[in-house]
Design a binder for this molecule. Structure first.
Ligand code: C2E
Ligand code: MG
Ligand code: MG
Ligand code: MG
Length: 285
């Protein structure tokens, strides 16, 4: 009867939880090895300045090439890295790799800003700024061409310590961008006091522009807020010409998305820069 089905359902549920806990442990162990054995790599997605159509920088996005499972995306393993504390080693690796790439580009005469994602857990560690300063010194990267993307959630529960941490990062010359803007609950008064230079409109608010009234409302509000605070806006997830036109008409400064290019391995990214510059994918001139 219903009782029996319920009991079986419960058993399935428990079994399923065990499988998932097991899978997670496997993933955690595999990730620990991956960091040591060089299975991670950074892909780079171009950012385009709307005013002149030129590539002004890129975002570094981590990828995991597992020998058997193939390519694993960050949405699957960043949460595991955060739960297990591996995010600190992973974050250091990512920042160091991006800094090396920046120094390499500079030596080749390409002055591109490289944006690096910082997890809330990484940012909230007391030694975070020291680790960043260390990596900058070790790699010889130009801090003015490195931008840290910090999520709104990392800045929740604002405190003097967090604010001072941001000030010290700015003092090193680093750019600071607020990632996933609109998905958290930053108070506007707080935002005004933050030493940041850019807001990134979350992809979820770009997807249905210009047809969706809610996305139009959020994107418009973000752009006008940024203008009033003297911040630049990066719109991510720009996939079509209609989105681009809408953003352009409202003076969004920087765009990023599949309309231009997805995140590419370093060599492919450099080749892409060489070949098609900032022309949207599919155009011919
Ligand atoms: P994010 O920082 O908001 O990065 C933007 C994500 O949107 C990337 O996904 C990018 O590939 C994707 N994207 C960009 N343009 C388009 C588009 O036009 N259409 C669609 N459908 N997607 C687009 P990805 O690489 O899978 O990364 C997902 C998230 O994982 C990132 O979101 C970020 O939160 C996190 N992440 C990625 N790399 C790192 C890292 O090195 N460290 C940390 N802590 N987090 C990372
Ligand atoms: Mg980001
Ligand atoms: Mg984002
Ligand atoms: Mg929507």
């Amino acid at each position: 009867g219903a009782k029996e089905a319920g009991r079986n359902g419960f058993q399935f549920f428990v079994a399923d939880m065990n499988v998932r806990a097991f899978e997670r442990l496997m993933l955690e162990n595999a990730l620990r090895r991956a960091i040591e054995q060089d299975e991670l790599s950074l892909h780079y997605q171009p950012q385009i300045r709307v005013a002149d159509g030129q590539v002004c920088g890129c975002e570094a996005l981590v990828r995991w090439q597992h020998p058997e499972m193939g390519m694993i995306m960050p949405a699957q393993f960043i949460p595991v890295a955060e739960d297990s504390g591996l995010i600190v080693a992973l974050g250091d690796w990512v920042l160091e790799q991006a800094c090396r790439q920046q120094a390499l580009c500079a030596r080749a005469g390409r002055l591109l800003t490289i944006a690096v994602n910082i997890s809330a857990l990484q940012f909230r560690r007391a030694d975070f700024v020291d680790r960043v300063a260390d990596i900058l010194a070790r790699t010889g990267a130009n801090p003015r061409l490195i931008e840290l993307e910090i999520t709104e959630s990392a800045l929740m529960q604002p405190s003097d310590a967090l604010h001072e941490r941001l000030q010290r990062l700015g003092g090193l010359g680093l750019g600071l961008a607020l990632d996933d803007f609109g998905t958290g609950y930053s108070s506007l008064a707080y935002l005004k006091r933050l030493p940041i230079s850019r807001l990134k409109i979350d992809r979820s608010f770009v997807r249905d522009l210009p047809g969706d009234a809610e996305d139009v409302a959020v994107a418009s509000a973000t752009l006008s807020l940024a203008r009033d605070l003297g911040l630049e806006v990066v719109a991510e997830g720009v996939e079509n010409a209609a989105q681009l036109e809408w953003l352009k008409a409202r003076d969004c400064q920087i765009v990023q998305g599949f309309l231009f290019a997805p995140a590419l391995p370093a060599a492919d990214f450099l080749a892409w820069l060489q070949a098609c510059g900032a022309q949207p994918a599919g155009t011919t001139d």
